[in-house]
Design a protein around this ligand. Structure first.
Ligand code: HSE
Length: 415
């Protein structure tokens, strides 16, 4: 029998208990021994539950129990999760976590600590919930050189954008609906401002290239400035707007990494990933594009990934599974502003749309006009390519100085 402990009985933690109880027999068969949840750490009380006697409010009970060999961390947030996980790994306990904040911020340190102590630190549920993505990148695609990963990594924002695209709902209304349906938190800032997707693309980049990339090194834009007009221009261009986390390995050995709303072509594999679903495209040199699709959040999908890690951990008590992330050398992440890219630009002036576009064309030779349905007088949209963000902003400032309002600019993707 393998004794484990679960830290946190919130959405994911309670899901882990539910999955363990519902699938007890098949889990035992697959792990080759019975897995028993001996302790559950939570400050709240749950007297109505059949396993109420397993709760403790004292982490030391778990840390000091020599029978507990695996601790499942489902608390979320950086602290006290980081302190608890460090203590577990320093005291002979392997750790399974669903905590993306923790892995994105401390992954390299915790992987190294696990390795030093001959333990496992597994985090399949930290990106993409129930979508298998950590193992596929680190094991199944290991014979490839992965050159690029691009993904729709946040269900809340994908739901909001889908409502804007399909039902022409304003951003605020779509966000309120997402909250009403329980898809968005009461404080949705980490979702709509891109921080959640940023943590996930950092984890994927660290896995794919073996160098830990931290969220603070990544250019992050959310979707709060996306309007229905931008959505209509994307449609006229031949695509949709999605919030994308993207990392690319450059020939120089540096990477570009960002989270940003992007125009993506209707032909793209990610264009039809809608509602709360996530989609992740991994470009390998031998495989070409491999796409993963499914529910990126939610109690049972996430819990299923956690329990799969626990089973793996039990099966590998004697054979550890090592991942190692180096710390990045200075300059490893190419600054967003200096990378050649393509952009959609939305402007408005006092004269006709044709005259406004002609003014813009002087600053952006080769700009391709995009005309949306119901375009307003003086409004113009166009795409430019082969330009850096820094040069784009400089030219847009000059345009603004000549009386043209710059309403938005959105990156155009190349996948
Ligand atoms: N709020 C997140 C999302 C949950 O919408 O995808 C999973 O990280």
């Amino acid at each position: 029998m393998a004794d484990i402990a679960v830290l946190g009985h919130g959405v994911v933690g309670s899901g882990v208990l539910e999955v363990m109880l519902t699938h007890r027999e098949s889990i035992t068969r697959r792990a080759k021994e019975e897995i028993h949840v001996k302790h559950i750490l939570d400050l709240r009380e749950f007297p109505e539950l059949s396993y109420a006697a397993s709760f403790t409010k004292d982490f030391q009970v778990i840390l000091q129990d020599p029978e507990v060999k695996i601790v499942v961390e489902c608390m979320g947030g950086l602290e006290p999760a980081y302190t608890f996980v460090k203590q577990c790994l320093s005291n002979g306990k392997s750790v399974v976590t669903s905590n993306k904040e923790l892995v994105a911020a401390k992954g390299a340190k915790l992987l190294a600590l696990a390795q030093r102590n001959n333990l496992n630190f597994l985090f399949e549920a930290s990106v993409g919930g129930g979508i298998p993505i950590i193992r596929p990148i680190s094991q199944c695609l290991a014979a490839n050189e992965v050159g690029e990963i691009a993904g729709i990594l946040n269900g809340t924002t994908n739901f909001i954008l889908t409502k804007m695209i399909r039902e022409h709902m304003e951003f605020g209304e779509a966000l309120a609906l997402a909250q009403q349906l329980g898809y968005a938190e009461r404080d949705p800032s980490a979702d709509v401002e891109g921080a959640d997707a940023c943590r996930k693309i950092c984890i994927l980049a660290s896995l794919a290239f073996g160098t830990h990339v931290y969220p603070e090194d990544v250019h992050t834009e959310g979707i709060t400035r996306i309007t229905l007009e931008d959505v209509a221009y994307a449609d006229a261009w031949g695509g949709v707007i999605k919030l994308i986390g993207q990392v690319k390995m450059l020939e120089s050995g540096k990477i570009t990494i960002m989270v940003a709303p992007m125009f993506i072509s209707r032909e793209s594999q990610l264009a039809n990933v809608d509602d709360v679903f996530n989609g992740i495209l991994v470009r390998g040199d031998a495989t070409g594009d491999v796409v993963f699709y499914g529910k990126g959040a939610g109690k049972l999908p996430t819990a299923s990934a956690v329990v799969a890690d626990v089973i793996d951990c039990v099966k590998h008590f004697k054979a550890r599974k090592y991942l190692f992330w180096e710390d990045a050398k200075p300059g490893y992440v190419e600054p967003f502003g200096s990378v050649l890219d393509a952009f959609f630009v939305h402007i408005k002036g006092e004269s006709s749309s044709d005259a406004v576009f002609a003014q813009a064309e002087e600053k952006f030779p080769g700009a391709a006009r995009i005309i949306r349905k119901d375009e307003m007088p003086g409004e113009a949209g166009f795409s430019v390519s082969g330009i850096t963000e820094n040069d784009l902003q400089a030219a847009l400032s000059e345009l603004a100085a000549s009386g043209i309002s710059v309403l938005n600019r959105v990156k155009i993707s190349d996948f």
